[in-house]
Design a protein around this ligand. Sequence first.
Ligand SMILES: NC(=O)c1ccc[n+]([C@@H]2O[C@H](COP(=O)([O-])OP(=O)(O)OC[C@H]3O[C@@H](n4cnc5c(N)ncnc54)[C@H](O)[C@@H]3O)[C@@H](O)[C@H]2O)c1
Length: 390
Amino acid sequence: MSLNPVIATLGRRLRLAVIGGGPGSFIGAMHRQAARLDDRYKLVASVLSSDPERSKGAGLELGLEPERAYRTVPELMETEAGREDGIDAVAIMTPNDSHYEYAVAALERGFDVICDKPMTNTLEEARSLHQKVGESGLVFCLTHNYTGYPMVRQAKAMVQDGQLGTIRLVQVEYVQGGKAKENDPDPSGDVSWRHDPAKSGPSLVMGDIGTHAHNLARFITGLEVAEVAADVGTIVPGRVVHDYAGALLRFDNGARGNFWVTQAAAGIENCLRIRVSGTKGSLEWMQEVPQSLTFKPLDGPSQNRTPNGPGTLPLAARASRIVAGHPEGFPDGFANIYSDAAEAIAARRAGTDPDPLALYFPNSHDGLLGVQFVHSVLESSNANGAWVKC
Ligand SMILES: NC(=O)c1ccc[n+]([C@@H]2O[C@H](COP(=O)([O-])OP(=O)(O)OC[C@H]3O[C@@H](n4cnc5c(N)ncnc54)[C@H](O)[C@@H]3O)[C@@H](O)[C@H]2O)c1
C-alpha cells in the first residue's frame, strides 16, 4: 500500500470543510483529529456554530484562512462551489435535526459527505437521503466510529472467515452513566438540544448510543435485525427524553439477540460491549479495553487477539498503525473511518477502484437501517413490547 493513497491517486490531499463541532463539542475535535491523522485531508473551511459571529471567530481560532472561516452554511456551500480550489468533502457534526438539510445541500453541490449519527431524526428523511446519495454517485460516510477499531475489524473478519461457524447468539450493550444525576437535565433552566426532542429526535438514548450498538452488532455479524421486542423509557424522574432502551432481537438467520442501552447507569463510563456466539465459538469485545478481543473456541482454550498480534487478519491489520503492544484508542479508530472514506472519495474523483478493504466504512444504507431500527424499537415499546418487524 502507498504511504498516502489519496496523494497517490489525486496528487494532493482532499480539501475538507467541517460543519459543527465548535467550542464545547467533544466530537468536533475528534473529527478534526481523525481527518488529519493519516494526512489524507486538509481542513480548509468551517462553519462551527449556528451563531454567525461565533462561527467566524471559532474558524479563525482554528487557524483557517479568514475568508474560509464562514459564518453560515449557505455562505460556505456557495463560495466553496465557486472556488477553483474549493472543497471536495463536507463533514457534518451538528445537532441531529440539521444532518439531513446540510447533507442534501452538500450533495447538491457535488461534495462528498461525512456525517455523524444518527443519520437523520425521521424515517422519511433517512429514506430520502439514502436515495439522494445513490442518485448522486457521491461518497457518504456515517461516523459509526466504533467499527474503526482494529479488534472490531478483526472480529468481523473472523466471522467472515467462518471461525465462529453459524452465528446463533448476539448480546450487545452500550451503558453510560453521564445522565444518571437526578437533577439533570436542566438545573440552570437551560435546555440543550439533546433534551429537546424536536432536535435530538424521537428517542435520545437510541439516537445517541442505540444506533452505535445496533451498527456494531450488524457490522461484526453481517446479520440484519429482522424483528424486535422492546421497552424504551426514562429512568431518571422528571426527565423528558429517553435514557433507557432494552430489546430482544431476532436476526435474519434465526439468531437470537439481546440489546441494552442506557445513559443513566450511575458510575459507568463508556461501556460498549458485545458478545457473539456461533456454532464453533464465541467472541467478546469491550470498548473500554479496545486492544483486546477474546476468542473462546468450543474445543480449545480461550485466546486473546491484539492489534497486529498473531492471527491478525488483513481487515484488522490495515486498521492498526503501530507494532503489537503499543496502545491505540478512540481517535485512531475514528481516523480509520475517515481514512477509508478518503480512499473511496479519491478513487471516485479519479475514476479508479479503491482497495476493497477500504470500503468497510458505514454508509447511507447503514444510516437508513439505524433510523429504521430506532423507529421499530419505539413502535414495539409503544405496543407494550410486541414483536415488530424491522
Ligand atoms: N460518533 C460519536 O461517537 C458521537 C459522539 C458525540 C456526538 N456525536 C454526534 O455529533 C453531533 C453533535 O453532538 P455534540 O456532542 O458535538 O453536540 P454539542 O452540543 O456538544 O456541540 C454541537 C456543536 O455544533 C455547533 N452547531 C450547532 N448548530 C450548528 C449549525 N447549525 N451550524 C454549525 N454549527 C452548529 C454548536 O455550536 C456546537 O459547537 C450529534 O449528531 C451527535 O449525535 C457523535
